[in-house]
Write a protein of this length. Structure first.
Lengths: 244, 244
């Protein structure tokens, strides 16, 4: 793990790093030392590790809860080069959708391929970040919606260090099988008017989660609409409940 | 309005009253004077104005938020006599269900009949309670699930003084029509394994709500299972957001 740069704003220390060829960012409270809870965040499709929705939440988790937060660019996103293999699949899929194939099934297939790479990548990031003195091996959580849900569900299912997860804006076609293996508490977010993930798909993914404690929050709005402010408050309460 | 008795515990003043033949209870902070937000609470079927689920919530609203809370016995419940007309309908309905008729439709029909009585009763209770010096005409909210939702939806739809409502454990068959006339913010609670209200019915009632701001919270559990503690926290935040 190589630290590339370090800045600070509003009490939040931001360290850009690379781990092999994975670009990542770690946020911690200014001047923090010792063990603290860590949130791994997965960004959405076409976004990156410092997208506004990630940054806003990361700053709140750090400032209000004293947590560490880490996010990495997904292959083909942010500071990573275009991946020729994923690019080829995407181009093929566009042709298959144009030819009438089901988009949801193609997205599911594609996310499963990418997850085979990101699950071990994020596990390596977790190893590296938890070995830092100002993070340590405290309890960990995961936050990710949309692509961050498609890749997050197999990650949370595979990674026993994750003790609680906020997921959402994803469907059962992509994620029901690994979702059934999740047993930690989940807060699951739906947009009631999601034009990309059919409502029945979102409800079926919530239903598929194996967790004894899971809570569904649905609000009016389309896929990419900004979630109501009270949902971020709820997420802060959720992680505080389960990681402290 | 006639005050029958007054007690106090844990900083909460409890006044039992009758308004005509409606028995009710008002909770306010000990020693409170002046205007404050008021929550009207509707109890569940077979329950009464001081059922444990009502009492627990009322005490939190009073102690944590400084609100006033009022609940009245629904006809045929608590301190009210058996209503011969409702009793006759219930007996008839039991026979109709035994003969194979749809229970949900019969419940819907019955609740609509009762609501024609309870809506004006609760409006009269609101008038009376808000005329008291230690309540006053502040913003008002409504809380009710199950029967409290079936009777609450037409009440909230009819009563412009209600500015925010927590509803749930009810279905569209009973309540979709008045629900469409509700425009205030709603927090809607579902039990994901509700054996009395089919899941599709609950989702359809949430969908039918006319409110621009509405949020669905679903958790594993059967109809009468106790809601998770974090839902009560969420309800406290919801009313605080909208009534203060």
């Amino acid at each position: 793990m190589r630290i590339i740069s370090e800045t600070s704003s509003d009490g939040v220390r931001e360290q850009l790093f690379t781990l092999g060829d994975i670009p990542g960012v770690l946020w911690t409270p200014d001047g923090a030392t010792g063990i603290r809870p860590l949130i791994v965040m997965g960004h959405g499709g076409g976004q990156h590790k410092k997208a506004p929705g990630i940054l806003t939440r990361a700053h709140r988790f750090v400032r209000e809860c004293g947590f560490a937060v880490v996010a990495a660019d997904v292959p083909g996103h942010g500071d990573r080069p275009v991946d020729p293999e994923y690019d080829r699949i995407n181009t093929e899929n566009q042709a298959r959708v144009a030819a009438g194939e089901d988009l949801a099934a193609l997205i599911a297939e594609f996310q499963a391929v990418v997850a085979r790479q990101t699950v071990p990548e994020w596990q390596a990031v977790l190893d590296a970040v938890q070995s830092l003195e100002h993070v340590g091996t405290g309890p960990a959580g995961y936050w990710g919606v949309s692509l961050g849900c498609g890749l997050g569900v197999p990650f949370v299912a595979a990674e026993p260090r994750i003790r609680a997860a906020v997921l959402g804006l994803g469907g059962a076609a992509a994620s029901a099988e690994p979702a059934a293996r999740i047993t930690v508490p989940v807060e699951f977010l739906m947009q009631w008017d999601d034009e990309r993930v059919p409502r029945t798909q979102g409800l079926a993914l919530f239903d598929a989660l194996g967790s004894a404690e899971k809570t569904l929050h649905a609000n009016p709005g389309k896929h990419a609409d900004i979630l109501p402010a009270y949902e971020l408050d709820s997420t802060v309460h959720f992680f505080t409940r389960h990681l402290t």
